[in-house]
Design a protein around this ligand. Structure first.
Ligand code: PMP
Length: 461
């Protein structure tokens, strides 16, 4: 045991000291930032030990940090930069619009242009409203569902992330000792400051479990406004819904007058018409963000005309305010990005994702380390677990320290990915970029291997 821990700390020391040696300027900037930003940080996910990375610029699929290191970017601002950095059509569109003004308290034609581009691709979306983040998108979609049904309760998946408003920041990363029974999880607030009163209106169910959600909806249909679900759970570790699960959700919600909200904030990149086109499921409402703003802050929600007309000043009159809703700069960038996202480019990006995932699976086998690669097309995640990953609890049993060290070991090799092991290619990548990442991944696994105990379930032999 102690020999093993000596090995772990030896590997950890080498990986962390290599990172420190490569990034002294990032360390300096982080130290200085602590004066005015708590912990030197303003976005929880960008912080990591021993210090976060400071980027200087991005170009195509490459990122450059303030110490001059180059990285291939497999994170793309958490899936939002589908065409990588500084994509020329987006840069030109932003420059053109910026010269005409960046915000007006008035309507602009490019709002309907982007709305048409999206509604034209997503069969279930008749009408859309814009907002400024995925958080606002799911918040407004949930509110619309509550207003439409006259009911308050929301069903969400254990491990599902939908932004930071109170009812959805519940049971995103619950500690397993507080999470309750697997088939009837407790709603666990993900942050201090979420009032306990909120928990009464949130019902948490296990992902990919038809029986659990079906029974619940049938028993409590009169209280439930909507089920909120991602076709592929992103933050939980790129865990795809099983085909039958999503179609069952559609069926059981429709039969019981409950709305189905698909959160496609991340998964919209997976198909020209969003992941709902892959699954052939038409939700009542869809939440969007990330790629539809061409890299600028954005959110949108849309769906059946009957529901969306609640927001029409000519009909329902429900308020949906926002100083930057439908911001012309964002609309211009979004139109350029979505216009360039042809079916061919989506297919290219998904093929790169498949190549990368297959390469990672082969690397696990060749290094005799048991790991799982889950996901779909251009969105996937590496898990240090031995068995299949179908839901939050399967993924939560992973070895977190190994994931943390893998992230640093990849940075040390010029590969930029998510701390939790999520990867997503962009349309501007080539197979050679992917192959470079696979080689780096295998090399990083070999560096980590001494950390993994012989008796551990993570080691194949
Ligand atoms: N829904 C999903 C599925 C997401 O992945 C995210 C962000 N990662 C959000 C909602 C929230 O989006 P935003 O960060 O733009 O508020």
């Amino acid at each position: 045991m102690s020999e093993h821990w000596d090995k772990v700390s030896e590997v950890r020391d080498v990986i962390e000291s290599t990172y420190r040696r490569r990034t002294p300027r990032s360390a300096e900037l982080h130290a200085a930032a602590q004066r005015y930003l708590p912990g030197g940080d303003t976005r929880t996910i960008t912080f990591f030990d021993p210090h976060p990375l400071y980027t200087e610029r991005g170009q195509g699929c490459r990122l450059y940090d303030v110490d001059g290191n180059e990285y291939i970017d497999f994170l793309n601002n958490y899936t939002s930069l589908i065409h990588g950095h500084a994509f020329p059509p987006v840069v030109e569109a932003i420059a053109r619009q910026a010269a005409l003004g960046t915000a007006y308290a008035a309507c602009a034609e490019n709002q309907q242009q982007l709305a048409e581009l999206i509604a034209g691709r997503v069969a279930s979306v008749d009408q859309i409203r814009f907002c400024n983040s995925g958080t606002e998108a799911t918040m407004n979609a949930v509110r619309a569902a509550r207003a439409f049904t006259g009911r308050d309760k929301l069903i969400k998946m254990e491990g599902g992330y939908h932004g930071t408003h109170d009812p959805v920041e519940v049971s995103v990363h619950p500690a397993l000792d507080q999470a309750g029974p697997a088939s009837h999880p407790n709603p666990v607030p993900d942050s201090p400051g979420i009032p306990s009163s909120v928990l009464g209106d949130v019902i948490v169910v296990p992902f990919n479990d038809r029986e659990a959600v079906g029974d619940l909806i049938r028993q409590r249909r009169d209280e439930i406004a909507a089920v909120l679900v991602e076709p592929v759970m992103g933050v939980a570790g790129a865990i795809p819904a099983e085909r039958e699960y999503l179609s069952y959700l559609r069926q059981v919600t429709a039969e019981n007058g409950v709305l189905l909200i698909c959160d496609e904030v991340m998964t919209f990149r997976l198909d020209w018409g969003g992941a709902q086109a892959i699954y052939e499921v038409e939700p009542d409402l869809t939440a969007l963000a990330k790629i539809i703003g061409g890299g600028l802050p954005v959110g949108a929600f849309g769906g059946r005309r009957e529901i969306m007309s609640l927001f029409s000043p000519l009909e329902g009159g429900m308020s949906q305010s926002g100083t930057f809703n439908g911001n012309p700069l964002t609309m211009a960038a979004g139109i350029a990005a979505m216009g360039a996202l042809t079916r061919e480019r989506v297919a290219h990006c998904n093929a790169l994702g498949d190549r990368l995932a297959d390469g990672f699976r082969a690397a696990f086998e060749e290094t005799e380390i048991r790991g799982q690669v889950t996901g779909l097309g251009s969105l996937f995640n590496v898990h240090f677990v031995a068995g299949p990953v179908r839901n939050y609890r399967d993924a939560a049993s992973a070895d977190k320290e190994l994931s943390r060290l893998l992230h640093l070991a990849l940075l040390n090799r010029g590969i930029f990915a998510a701390r939790r092991g999520m990867f997503n290619p962009s349309t501007v990548m080539a197979e050679a970029d992917v192959d470079q990442a696979v080689a780096a991944f295998k090399d990083a696994l070999l560096e980590l291997k001494p950390c993994i105990e012989k008796s551990s379930p993570h080691l194949l032999t």
